[in-house]
Write a protein that binds this ligand. Structure first.
Ligand code: GLU
Length: 305
């Protein structure tokens, strides 16, 4: 019997807000290696709900970058084409009395946080639930917030072995599922998409690890299975700061157009993970290294590497 049980479905979910930089490319590589090393399907999902941030050219550039690196996919979707699916999930929560409209402005929310006993917790301000009890103002556009469970929810990472538990009401607060400009929030869309497209394994950047318990809680409430999570470290620059599309990090497109060889870029990405590879490699040559990495992490029995 193989482990994990097939069929495995993995995905890479870029936001088409700019050109992929090397950090995005490394996450894309690892997500692809995971799907393919374990004989799974691999999905490409453009997370493009926030139309104000989307750059229309970025879809095509991302596809070309992935193809250039030799990272293929079996199916492609765009969140902007699936609004009815998110609306249906939100309607289910609303019918169950799980949501409430909220017309607080950002400033009012911040003031409420300052006034509340539960002042900001850690890096993230906790919404104190002001609109839960207060009727919303029909004159203003309303966001929809989720009444998060008053309990501790834990997420497990299958790669790092870490478990992260958060008391959602105290540490996160009721979060927005649909903004007041009707844009569905990332947490709702990602949970709905992963579930409805049969994703079993989520390989993504470690920046999303702190948000995982709230996604797990949404899965429970919507009756969805929780996929396996594997968070991978973000690539940092020489100062140790994570690369950002806005920060002028080298884009894959620039390297591609400058005539760089994709094998050298893949080799550099593999070396940044501490893997010992020659100066140029093909993506498929890295499959055994990822399997080895999974075995070392205890994800895969040693016999399968
Ligand atoms: N779209 C997110 C990003 O580009 C990734 C979301 C996810 O993998 O869950 O950072």
């Amino acid at each position: 019997m193989t482990f994990p049980p097939s069929p495995l479905v993995g995905r890479f979910a870029p936001s088409p807000t700019g050109a992929m930089h090397l950090g995005n490319a490394r996450t894309a590589l690892l997500a692809w290696l995971h799907s393919r090393a374990l004989g799974g399907q691999h999905l490409l999902r453009f997370e493009d709900l926030d139309s104000g941030r989307v750059r229309p050219w970025a879809y095509d550039v991302t596809r070309r970058d992935l193809e250039w690196l030799g990272l293929d996919w079996d199916a492609e979707s765009r969140q902007s084409g699936r609004l009815d699916v998110y609306a249906a999930a939100l309607a289910r929560l609303t019918r169950a009395g799980e949501t409430y409209p909220c017309t607080c402005t950002r400033r009012e929310v911040l003031e409420a946080i300052q006034d509340s006993a539960g002042a900001p917790h850690g890096a993230e301000p906790v919404y104190p639930g002001t609109c839960r009890a207060r009727p919303s103002d029909p004159q203003r556009p309303a966001a929809t917030r989720w009444k998060v469970p008053d309990q501790t929810v834990c997420a497990h990472d299958s790669l790092t072995g870490e478990t992260l538990c958060q008391h959602l009401l105290r540490e996160v607060g009721d979060f927005v599922l649909q903004r007041n400009d009707a844009v569905f929030a990332y947490h709702l869309a990602v949970v709905v998409d992963d579930a409805l497209t049969g994703v079993t394994d989520v390989v993504r950047g470690a920046d999303l690890w702190p948000a995982t318990p709230r996604q797990v809680a949404l899965q429970w409430t919507l009756g969805f299975a929780t996929p396996r999570y594997l968070h991978v470290p973000l690539l940092t620059d020489f100062r140790g700061e994570r690369l950002a599309k806005r920060g002028g990090a080298p884009s894959v497109q620039a390297l591609r157009e400058a005539g760089e060889a994709p094998g050298r870029v893949l080799a550099a990405l593999a070396r940044s993970l501490g893997w010992d590879v020659p100066g140029a490699v093909q993506a498929a040559e890295l499959l055994p290294l990822w399997r080895g990495h999974l075995s070392a992490a205890g994800f895969l029995p040693k016999s399968q590497t």
